[in-house]
Design a binder for this molecule. Structure first.
Ligand code: GRF
Length: 183
């Protein structure tokens, strides 16, 4: 079984997926919408082929997503894992991979969707937040939840220390969910 990861940033989740010894699928493509993103160095290190594109060079989302679907089909991909891909997936990609696109989000959804979920929870003075892995639908961080894990916000936490603990949970949870759902 082949899968693709979509990432635009550091790629620590991509790395955690790649380093998992019991992954039930081969990551055969990394798709990235930010030339120069650090995840691209990581893909090179693991020998994962990449497709990098600039959304601004296309007329609209439908146009670049048609191309992405082509790339995914060429690479024989049947699952898509979003790991810090900071764009809303449109109907073109969603309908091509219905029920096979998974996202990870650093909060206990439905709380704190969207950008800077860690900062949102921290600034709201919550004492617990966490990590959610879910199937995506047309909304922002909505869609059926597959797994969640709480992370407690401690009295002496800073946003940075909280982020570190959340990311550790992400790196453990995402590969485990992939093991559970990919057949
Ligand atoms: C993660 O916190 C993930 O939950 C969110 O984007 C971040 C990506 O981090 N969707 P990284 O690039 O995997 O380090």
């Amino acid at each position: 079984v082949k899968a693709a990861v979509f990432a635009s940033g550091t790629g620590s989740n991509f790395q955690a997926i790649m380093e998992n010894a019991n992954l039930p699928c081969e990551i055969s493509l990394l798709i990235c919408d930010k030339p120069g993103a650090r995840v691209l160095e990581k893909a090179k290190k693991f020998g994962v082929p990449t497709f990098v594109f600039k959304p601004k060079e296309y007329t609209n989302k439908e146009e670049y997503e048609k191309l992405l679907v082509e790339k995914l089909r060429e690479a024989d991909v049947s699952w898509v894992f979003l790991a810090g891909y900071m764009r809303i997936v449109g109907p073109t990609l969603l309908s091509a991979y219905e029920g096979r696109i998974v996202n990870i989000h650093p909060s206990l959804l439905p709380k704190f969707p969207g950008k800077d979920a860690i900062g949102q929870a921290f600034q709201a003075g919550e004492n617990v937040t966490g990590v959610t892995v879910h199937f995506i639908d047309e909304g922002i961080d909505t869609g059926p939840i597959i797994a969640q894990e709480p992370v407690y916000i401690l009295a002496d936490d800073t946003e940075e220390s909280l982020k570190d603990r959340i990311q550790k949970v992400e790196h453990r949870l995402y590969p485990r969910v992939i093991q559970k759902i990919v057949k």
